[in-house]
Write a protein that binds this ligand. Structure first.
Ligand code: EPU
Length: 338
């Protein structure tokens, strides 16, 4: 049974706490309600925003059309072989709860992605990643409703066109409704701890036995030490992507900044946006309503009811100063809507 609200306050439905108002808003708890919802959307010719945890969104004050909060639940083992399992998870499940559930049931692979805010259905959209693992590495396929063909479609991993913080879903907003994600997880644990901050924490704690629980605990501790909890200080995680520059551009920057963090990338050299912003003196920058986190320059925070224009202004000022100093263009990571 669908209840459709109009003029609905979305502050609690986006982790940046943008005080946005949706023209229409509804919750989808059961996929059997989808036909009725789609009829309503088509009849009123509405743009539609499908949201999970709202952790990667920068909303405008007025959100025209229909906002649908996906709350479908279910975690199901659909195949079990000697080495691996396939686990089908409904889009509305909470991401961190899934990571915990898999750890408890000895389905390995998701440990490095612990504590990422948001829902399972949102995880393929921006191809969430942390501490050397991207969700694309663990997705077997994604079940979607394609609003162009008006049908349910199963998309294999390659069909999703995953890239760094990007996918076919992110590039085609509104077209695909992700209903379930099928993960391929391992029965044998293999520690992935080459990421410097993670290895550093494990070394500092003297942890030698690299169990799945130890990696999970380390990731949680490192995240908590650097990233603000959106429930306490509204934010959308990394506000900019780490920019990829050409080898020539990097070589020239390195002459002036030999200490600049850099990582090899298929398209050139990936730089650390947080470092670039930090070098420009933005860390801890404080404005009336919004600012830059005190421990992590890549995270913009909304400490006093700031709206889209406050965030846009700050983000543009940061981009401009990074460009003026390094000639590097930063790209926003969360989705601006509309
Ligand atoms: N750095 C600074 N100052 C800062 C922030 C970072 O100098 O204020 C330096 C660090 O010292 C380090 C480098 O920049 O040398 C990279 O920093 P870090 O390892 O903390 O990672 P990140 O590039 O800032 C990325 C992801 C995070 C993810 C971490 C861990 C992106 C845009 N961000 O951050 O993802 O948790 O790596 O893997 O790729 C997210 O997407 O919302 C997110 C939090």
């Amino acid at each position: 049974m669908l209840t459709i609200h109009s003029g609905y306050d979305l502050t609690a439905f986006n982790t940046l706490a943008m005080p946005a108002k949706a023209q229409f808003f509804t919750e989808l708890n059961d996929l059997s309600d989808l036909p009725e919802l789609l009829d309503f959307i088509v009849q009123h010719d509405l743009a539609t925003l499908w949201i999970g945890g709202g952790s990667n969104l920068v909303l405008a004050d007025e959100v025209p059309g229909c906002v649908v909060h996906i709350l479908t639940k279910g975690i199901e083992l659909i195949s079990d072989s000697k080495e691996s399992v396939l686990v089908k998870v409904a889009a509305g499940e909470n991401w961190h709860d899934l990571v915990t559930h898999c750890l408890e049931n000895e389905r390995f692979g998701l440990e490095n992605l612990a504590l990422i805010p948001g829902s399972v259905g949102a995880s393929p959209v921006q191809n969430i990643g942390a501490y050397g693992v991207e969700v694309a590495d663990l997705i077997d396929r994604v079940e979607v409703f394609d609003t162009f063909s008006n049908s349910f479609v199963v998309m294999g991993n390659a069909d999703c066109q995953f890239a760094y913080r990007d996918s076919l879903f992110k590039r085609n907003p509104g077209r695909f409704i992700i209903t379930s994600v099928i993960f391929k997880l391992s029965k044998q644990f293999e520690a992935k701890c080459s990421y410097a901050a993670l290895q550093g924490w494990l070394d500092a704690q003297g942890i030698k036995e690299l169990s799945a629980q130890a990696i999970f605990d380390a990731v949680v501790a490192v995240r908590q030490s650097k990233l603000p909890n959106p429930e306490l200080l509204p934010n959308a995680g990394s506000f900019f992507k780490n920019p990829v520059v050409s080898n020539e551009c990097f070589e020239s920057l390195r002459q002036t900044y030999p200490e600049m963090p850099n990582y090899p990338d298929a398209a050139g050299i990936k730089l650390a946006a947080g470092w670039l912003i930090d070098q420009c003196g933005w860390k801890g920058h404080y404005r009336e309503r919004v600012g830059v986190h005190k421990d992590q320059a890549l995270v913009l925070v909304n400490h006093a009811g700031g709206s889209r224009s406050d965030i846009d202004e700050l983000s543009n000022d940061i981009k401009q100063s990074v460009f003026d100093r390094f000639s590097v263009q930063l790209e926003q990571e969360p989705i601006a809507y509309p």
